[in-house]
Design a protein around this ligand. Structure first.
Ligand SMILES: Cc1cc2nc3c(=O)[nH]c(=O)nc-3n(C[C@H](O)[C@H](O)[C@H](O)COP(=O)(O)OP(=O)(O)OC[C@H]3O[C@@H](n4cnc5c(N)ncnc54)[C@H](O)[C@@H]3O)c2cc1C
Length: 391
């Protein structure tokens, strides 16, 4: 279909939320000449974050993460640095140095800073002609085709941390210990005099502050690092299965609004951006969004949930064993890669994990009952699609 036909077929595409999932969708639509408008509730991008570092993981696919970004139409105009060496500590505080043949992850920054991922994506979108309506919180959908990329709707995982300045050289540190991060991990990332330290919890959220304090104490007991001008930050993530928009709906849910997340460790960025790309592809080609997500995202999510179940049952003893095992290997990329394949074993574990896992499907943005706002409509759709899957 040529551009004129596409334009007249779809009119303006409205996208709610200016996160990575929405931007990838917008960029790919606007590139083809489709008029695209993003509605963002805040006055800028990246307000959900606070200049904290995140990682675009590079272990779950054979394709390098940078190649992946290119394949979904994204250029690197933001801070994006490869990290191949990491220092990891188990519950007994023994240090394990692990190296990889290709970057384990690419460090990026989130938030409003000029070099953040959020600002980079915003610039690419604007350059392609995407319009952004700021301070525009959408509570009810009244557009013909709408992409909803409004981020997590509930907290299945919580992160609490600090960003700070330091004289420490660039480095990556990870910590596995249920006393500081129940069923999760803590991390310290340093890049050019700036650092991010956080603990990531999968349970016992009421005691987040104490876990964070213990995590910080543990980190400082093993890493001699100066912490200058610390500022707190925090956030949460949401993993939901069976949330993929149905094809007869004019609402395409992308990113964490759809529950697309890595259940194992919360590396949701690749899921978010991939889903934005698939939403654009579905609009441009007429392919079923449900089918695209079922083929390209669902298997990753199922395997990640199986991995979460396995990880959650390791306990402190298991973490130590795993780190010892990994240390004996020259390059852990292949080992990690293998864990993300939907093997028969992972499919069996997934069946257990599916029964065990319960998302906290509470929408923090909605207090309505029986109304037709997007959130309530979405909940109805979600429970209906669960019925369909179960049948
Ligand atoms: C502390 C923390 C650390 C993380 N670290 C990593 C990591 O290292 N690697 C990784 O891959 N992932 C990480 N994640 C997960 C990753 O940040 C998310 O998966 C990703 O940001 C989801 O993108 P999104 O586009 O779905 O939504 P978001 O990035 O949440 O963007 C949603 C946007 O929608 C806007 N919005 C919401 N409601 C409305 C409304 N009603 N109207 C208009 N606008 C609205 C919001 O203001 C926001 O700008 C981390 C998450 C947290 C919290």
């Amino acid at each position: 279909m040529d551009v004129t036909n596409l334009r007249s077929k779809h009119g303006i595409i409205h996208i709610i939320g200016a996160g990575p999932a929405s931007f990838v969708a917008a960029i790919n639509l606007a590139k083809t000449g489709i008029e695209t408008v993003i509605h963002e509730q805040k006055s800028e991008v990246g307000f959900r974050f606070n200049s904290d570092f995140q990682g675009i993981e590079n272990w779950s696919t054979d394709m390098d993460a940078l190649e992946f970004l290119t394949s979904i139409g994204i250029s690197i105009n933001f801070l994006c640095e490869p990290y191949s060496v990491g220092h990891y500590y188990g519950p007994n505080s023994k240090k394990h140095e692990l190296t990889t043949s290709r970057p384990l992850f690419y460090l990026i920054k989130r938030g409003t800073d000029f070099d953040s991922l959020d600002q980079g994506l915003k610039k690419q979108a604007i350059d392609y002609g995407v319009k952004i309506e700021w301070n525009d919180k959408i509570e009810k959908i009244s557009y013909p085709i709408t992409i909803v990329g409004t981020g997590p709707r509930a907290a299945d995982v919580i992160a609490k941390g600090i960003i700070f300045k330091t004289s420490n050289p660039d480095a990556c540190f990870g910590f596995l210990d249920n006393r500081i991060a129940p069923k999760g991990y803590a991390y310290l990332l340093v890049n050019k005099g700036q650092a991010t330290f956080a603990t990531v919890l999968y349970e016992d959220f009421e005691n987040t502050q104490s876990y964070f304090q213990r995590a910080l104490d543990k980190m400082r007991s093993v890493v001699p690092i100066d912490v200058i001008e610390p500022k707190e930050f925090g956030g949460y993530g949401n993993f939901v299965l069976n949330n993929i928009s149905r094809d007869n709906s004019n609402v395409l849910l992308v990113g964490e609004a759809a529950g697309f997340q890595d259940a194992l460790w919360g590396f949701g960025l690749r899921y978010a951006m991939l889903s934005g790309y698939l939403a654009a592809k579905s609009i441009l080609t007429g392919a079923s969004y449900t089918q695209l997500c079922t083929e390209e995202i669902r298997p990753l999510m199922e395997t990640s949930l199986a991995n979460r179940w396995l990880f959650a049952h390791l306990g402190n003893f298991g973490y130590g064993r795993i780190l010892n095992y990994l240390t004996g290997h020259k390059d852990i990329i292949g080992l990690l890669r293998k864990q993300h394949e939907p093997t028969r074993f992972k499919r069996v574990v997934f069946q257990l994990a599916k029964k065990w896992y319960h998302t906290r499907l509470i929408d923090k943005q909605c207090m309505h009952q029986n109304c037709d706002c997007i959130w309530c409509m979405h909940c109805k759709e979600s429970s209906r699609s669960e019925e369909v899957t179960a049948a």
